[in-house]
Design a protein around this ligand. Structure first.
Ligand SMILES: C[S@@+](CC[C@H](N)C(=O)[O-])C[C@H]1O[C@@H](n2cnc3c(N)ncnc32)[C@H](O)[C@@H]1O
Length: 283
C-alpha cells in the first residue's frame, strides 16, 4: 500500500478514503477573543448532536469558537460589537488582506488612527475597516477590544514576537460563513424561532466586561437569564460560576454542571483558571 506521498509522486489518480470533507475540516476562530470557549465545544457537542437539524443561535457569538467547533448547517450569530460582525460579514466574500500587516509599533498606531478615522467618518462597515480590525485584533495587547468614551479603539500595541503571522485571505471560511446569518443587536432584539437551539455565552459575571461600549451589568445578566428561560426550545448557557449566577439559573429551572475553565485572557494580565457553569434547559 503506497503512502500518500508516494501516490502523489506517482502521478496516478489514487482514490483516497477516510479524508474528511471540506465541510468537516476544523476551522480555528479567525480572531482572538476574550472569553473564547473553544474548550467547551466538545462538552456541548453531545447536547447538540441530536438537534443538528435545528438552527443554532449564538446571541453572544464573540470569537465563534463554539460555533466553529460544532459547524452547524444553519446558524444565527449575533454580537453587540459592530466591528466584529462587520468583519464576519466580509468573510462571506473574497477578502484578501491588502493592508500592510507587520507586527511593528509604528505600523500599529498608524492603522489604529486610520481605523478610528473610518469609524468617525461613518465608514465602519467598509472592507478597509474590516481589514484593520483583523490587524488590530492580532497585533494589539492581549487581543482586547476596548473603546474610549468617544468610541475610539484605544488598546495599546501588543508585545508579541516580531514574526507574528497574519492571514493573507480567509477563503477557507467563505463557504461556511455564507450559510450563516449574522446580526449586530442587543440579544433581546433577536428574531428567535421557538425551535431554535440556543447556546448563550454572555460576558462573565465579573467587574471587567468591556467587550463593547456599555458593558454588561447585573441587570443585563438577569435580563439574559429570563430571556433564555422563556425560550421554549433547547438552551445552554455558560458563565462564570459565581454564587449569584448559580442562584439565578437554578431559580429559573435550569440544570447546572460545573467545569474548570482553562487559562483565559483577562484585562489585568491575571490568567488564573475560573470555575465555569453550564446551565441547561430542554435537553
Ligand atoms: C464571553 S464573549 C463570547 C465569547 C464566545 N463564546 C467565544 O467563544 O469567543 C461575550 C460576548 O457578548 C457580547 N455582548 C455584550 N453585550 C451584549 C448584548 N447586550 N447583546 C449581544 N451581545 C453582547 C460581547 O461583545 C462579547 O463578544
Amino acid at each position: 500500500m503506497p503512502s500518500t506521498r508516494d501516490s502523489e509522486n506517482s502521478g496516478k489518480a489514487t482514490k483516497r478514503t477516510n479524508a474528511p470533507a471540506a465541510s468537516e475540516l476544523p476551522l480555528r476562530p479567525p480572531l482572538k477573543w476574550a472569553g473564547g470557549k473553544r474548550w467547551l465545544a466538545p462538552i456541548i457537542r453531545p447536547y447538540w448532536q441530536p438537534h443538528r437539524h435545528r438552527r443554532f443561535v449564538e446571541p453572544f457569538c464573540g470569537g465563534l469558537a463554539v460555533t466553529l467547533g460544532l459547524r452547524p448547517q444553519f446558524a444565527l450569530l449575533n454580537d453587540a460589537n459592530p466591528h466584529l460582525i462587520n468583519f464576519y460579514e466580509w468573510l462571506k466574500k473574497p477578502f484578501p488582506v491588502t493592508i500592510e500587516t507587520r507586527n511593528d509599533e509604528a505600523v500599529y498606531y498608524t492603522h489604529r488612527d486610520r481605523f478610528n478615522k473610518l469609524i468617525k467618518n461613518g465608514k465602519r462597515r467598509s472592507r478597509e475597516a474590516a481589514q484593520l480590525f483583523y490587524y488590530l485584533n492580532r497585533t494589539c495587547f492581549n487581543g482586547l477590544c476596548r473603546f474610549n468614551q468617544s468610541g475610539e479603539f484605544n488598546v495599546p500595541f501588543g508585545t508579541y514576537a516580531a514574526n507574528l503571522r497574519y492571514a493573507g485571505d480567509f477563503d477557507r471560511y467563505r463557504a461556511v460563513f455564507s450559510s450563516w446569518e449574522f446580526a449586530n443587536l442587543d440579544f433581546e432584539e433577536l428574531d428567535i424561532a421557538s425551535d431554535d437551539f440556543i447556546y448563550a455565552d454572555p460576558p462573565y459575571d465579573v467587574d471587567f466586561t468591556a467587550y463593547s461600549r456599555g458593558g454588561f451589568s447585573w441587570e443585563d445578566q438577569k435580563r439574559a437569564a429570563e430571556w433564555l428561560a422563556a425560550h421554549p426550545g433547547p438552551v445552554i448557557l455558560s458563565n462564570q460560576a459565581t454564587p449569584r449566577i448559580k442562584k439565578l439559573y437554578k431559580s429559573l429551572g435550569f440544570k447546572l454542571k460545573f467545569y474548570d475553565a482553562p487559562r483565559r485572557i483577562s484585562c489585568t494580565g491575571d490568567r488564573t483558571a475560573a470555575c465555569e457553569v453550564l446551565a441547561v434547559k430542554g435537553l
